[in-house]
Design a binder for this molecule. Structure first.
Ligand code: 6PG
Length: 261
């Protein structure tokens, strides 16, 4: 499989460019296998936070097909964010991840860390999710857990997870999860906070399609401040952008870019 990897020189995170989206799925399936096996070998368990949205649906189907043999009893799946709708609703991230991945793999139900969506307001649901994270990672108040892998998407407006442009205190947030109230055209949500995302051991943006080409350039290359996705800065060696050719089409073809087979 041929792909380009920019070196991530001059402070830029590396961008892995796969020509077709199917190659991006294969790349991410391999990363999930590799990172989970290493984490289980070193620490006895693997924790991953998965995003919703349209982009990763086919990836999760591929994971369900190709990763059945993983040690799922040692793998814990968290959600990057969730809309406060019942699990059967089309807009539920849990519902989508269950249909595409969880129903296809032998994972104990207790290893799935869903976000409460019924009979709760966003702040209460966020507190519950925070308590789940603290319990799992045995971290006290004020400590940030290190998820082994976080898979993020990106909106054309530069949002990621449910961290939208204009939300106050994104970087200064001292909680693990936050509620995002419903707004015009937006349903109430709960999301991991930026500090949790920035503590991830391996954080991937998966961005596919021509419509995202402009925002990929502004976030991955220009690191435009003010865009929530640009605030994802987990430290050297921990952040990767994975794009298809269309999403990467506006990136500089600079000399730092190297071909890997
Ligand atoms: C969600 C995600 C959100 C998503 C981006 C990209 O549940 O919608 O948390 O951050 O990753 O909006 O969405 P698409 O993949 O649908 O473009």
């Amino acid at each position: 499989m041929a792909h380009d990897i920019t070196k991530g020189s001059s402070g830029r995170p590396p961008v892995v460019v796969l020509e077709r989206k199917e190659q991006a799925w294969a790349f991410m399936v391999d990363r999930f296998r590799e990172i989970s096996e290493r984490a289980i070998g070193e620490r006895g368990r693997f924790s991953a936070a998965l995003s919703g949205g349209k982009t990763p649906e086919d990836l999760y189907l591929e994971m369900g097909r190709l990763l059945k043999d993983l040690e799922w009893k040692s793998i814990h799946i968290f959600l990057v964010d969730e809309r406060l709708v019942p699990p059967g609703d089309d807009r539920s991230n849990y519902g989508m991840i269950k249909r595409t991945l969880l129903d296809m793999i032998p994972m104990p139900a207790v290893n799935v860390h869903a976000i409460a969506t019924e009979g709760v307001d966003p702040p209460t649901s966020a507190r519950k999710y925070e308590a789940d994270l603290q319990g799992f990672f045995a971290t006290g108040e004020g400590n940030i857990p290190e998820l082994d892998m976080i898979l993020l998407g990106m909106g054309e407006d530069g949002h990621t997870a449910s961290l939208f442009p204009g939300l106050p205190d994104l970087a200064a947030e001292n909680r693990l999860a936050r509620g995002v109230e419903a707004g015009p055209g937006r349903i109430a949500r709960v999301t991991l906070t930026l500090p949790v995302i920035n503590c991830g051991r391996a954080v991937f943006f998966l961005v596919i399609g021509k419509a995202k080409a402009g925002i990929v350039k502004r976030v991955a290359e220009e690191r435009e401040p003010g865009l929530p996705a640009s605030l994802v800065q987990p430290g050297e060696g921990r952040l990767f952008f994975v794009c298809d050719g269309e999403a990467a089409s506006m990136l500089d073809k600079d000399p730092g870019r190297s071909k890997t087979a």
